[in-house]
Design a protein around this ligand. Sequence first.
Ligand code: ADP
Ligand code: MG
Length: 242
Amino acid sequence: RKRVVRVSTGSKQWDAILNGGFQSMSISEVYGEFRCGKTQLCHTMSVIAQLPKDMGGAEGKVAYIDTEGTFRPERIVQIAERFGVDPEQAQENISYARALNSEHQWELLNTLSMSFATNEYRLLIIDSIMACFRVDYCGRGELSERQQKLNQFLSKLNQMAEEFNICVLMTNQVQSDPGASALFAGADGRKPVGGHVLAHASATRILLRKGRGEERVAKIQDSPDCPEREATYIITNGGIND
Ligand code: ADP
Ligand code: MG
C-alpha cells in the first residue's frame, strides 16, 4: 500500500495547521485575491517537493501546468538557493508546460499520466485551475458544458493523485462580482469560482488573504482531517516563509 506523503509550504506556521504540509493522493486548492501569494506558493513547493523528507520534501520531481503565464524560472533559482540546492538541478526536476486553452490543459494532463508511471513525480501544480475554462466557456449558456468538462478534468486529476501518489496543488480565483459574493459567500465574503464541481473535487481548500503589513493569512476552509485554523506567512526572495 502507498503511504501518503506531505510537502511543506515553506512556512512552519502554515505547515502546522496542515499537520505537516499538503498531502499526496488528493487535491488541495488555494484560492484568494490577486497578489496574495498563490503563484509564489506554487514556486516554493516546486522546490521543496524535491528535498529530502527531513526538510519537508518528498524527494520527487514536479510537474507544473501554468495557465496564466506567471511561472518565473528566476524565482526557482532564488528559492533553490534558500534551501541550498543546485538551481540548475532544481529547474531540471520541474517539468513545465503552459496550457493555452482548456483542451490543451486536458491533453497535458493525459501526457503527464505517462510521465507519472515512472514513479519519480510527487507534486503536480496547476496555476490556475479555472483560467482556461473561464475563457473558453464564458457565455451564460455554456456554463453546464464548462462544468461537465471541468468535472472530467478533476476526476482524472483525483484518479492520478491516488494512483501515482501525487500531491496535487491547484490555485483558484475568487468571484469578482461583489453582488454575487454578498449573496453566496461565506463569512469572509470571498468565494472560489468553479461551483460545486470544484468544491467536491478538492479535499483541502485554503483561503488566502492579505493581513497586516507584509503579512498574509492562510485559512483552512475545508479539510478531511484538520480544523478550520489560520496561519500567517510572508513572501520572501526565498519563497513562502514565516
Ligand atoms: P497571486 O498568484 O496570488 O496573484 P503571487 O503569488 O503572484 O500572487 O504573489 C504576488 C506577491 O508576491 C506580490 O505582492 C509581490 O510583491 C510578492 N513577491 C514576488 N516576488 C517576491 C520576492 N522575490 N520577494 C518578496 N515578495 C515577492
Ligand atoms: Mg498567480
